[in-house]
Design a binder for this molecule. Structure first.
Ligand SMILES: C[S@@+](CC[C@H](N)C(=O)[O-])C[C@H]1O[C@@H](n2cnc3c(N)ncnc32)[C@H](O)[C@@H]1O
Length: 264
């Protein structure tokens, strides 16, 4: 019998979930500011509270901060470890939230009822093929209340990628050094990444692990088209979620859609 080849998301976020958890924990310090600006955007659409759903919520930094600001927050992630960590953090902080392990491709079977806001933040789309992402958009549209908002935030766009592209990058934390080798397949707009992690031990770097993964990077008009085909109305785009400057030619995806017609 032919063995099933695991999709890279299962390897990175399930089998070897601890490594990415370290990097997600580091991003927690930016979350209160990010959520402050998400709330500023939502206020423009008269949304100041209500039900918020995060697709691919990781260990909860955005959902927990949304709940702290009075939203009824639900987060869904494929990784059981991240969901358990998110629950622990919410409990420790005394914040009421709902976290569920599940695959966003089946989001309609995981959550119930309609939402005021759905958020996909920090590259939580583009893991599969375009058709799959289109289906996710359609499922999101059906989960939104009338005038509800769908936001795709802090996600790489083709425009941004082409303006900053570099085939070798590195990042470091107190514990690890991460080398990233990138090959850009421009005919399919997929970036093939190889991440190699080294652990810092005194003055040495010890090889720890490596991951290969492919990410589909959409151009901004493609994302707008996918949203509109799902029945959403495109409202606006920002250059950065930290400054809330309007989008320009080389912006990452920070897009806001609204569900105007709920008849579908
Ligand atoms: C880059 S992280 C972003 C986490 C979170 N949104 C944040 O801003 O901290 C991407 C997340 O998507 C999750 N993910 C990947 N594929 C998924 C899927 N099919 N269904 C649900 N979650 C998924 C991963 O486990 C990971 O936590």
């Amino acid at each position: 019998m032919k063995a099933h080849k695991k999709h890279w998301t299962e390897v990175m976020f399930i089998d070897k979930a601890r490594m990415w958890l370290h990097w997600m924990n580091i991003s927690w310090k930016q979350a209160p500011r990010t959520v402050r600006n998400i709330r500023r955007i939502l206020k423009k659409y008269n949304i100041t509270k209500g039900r918020c759903l995060e697709l691919g919520c990781g260990n909860g930094r955005i959902s927990i901060n949304m709940a702290k600001q009075g939203f009824d927050a639900t987060g869904v992630d494929i990784s059981q470890l991240y969901i358990e960590e998110a629950r622990k953090k919410a409990e420790k902080m005394g914040v009421k939230t709902c976290f569920a392990q599940g695959d966003i491709r089946k989001i309609d079977k995981i959550v119930h009822g309609k939402f005021d806001v759905v958020i996909s933040i920090w590259t939580s789309i583009g893991f599969y093929d375009r058709r799959t992402d289109e289906i996710i958009f359609k499922k999101v549209a059906r989960l939104l209340k009338k005038n509800g908002i769908f936001m795709i935030l802090n996600t790489m766009s083709r425009e941004r990628l082409l303006s900053i592209f570099c085939s070798s990058l590195y990042e470091e934390t107190d514990k690890y050094l991460k080398l990233n080798k990138i090959i850009y397949d421009k005919m399919h707009s997929i970036i093939h990444n190889k991440w190699v992690f080294y652990k810092k031990v005194n003055k040495d770097l010890l090889y720890e692990d490596e991951f290969d993964f492919d990410l589909r990077v959409y151009a901004l008009p493609e994302l707008v088209d996918m949203g509109e085909k799902a029945g959403l109305q495109f409202k606006e785009a920002y250059h950065s979620l930290l400054t809330l400057q309007p989008a320009q030619g080389d912006s990452a995806a920070n897009l806001v859609f609204q569900m105007i017609n709920t008849q579908q």
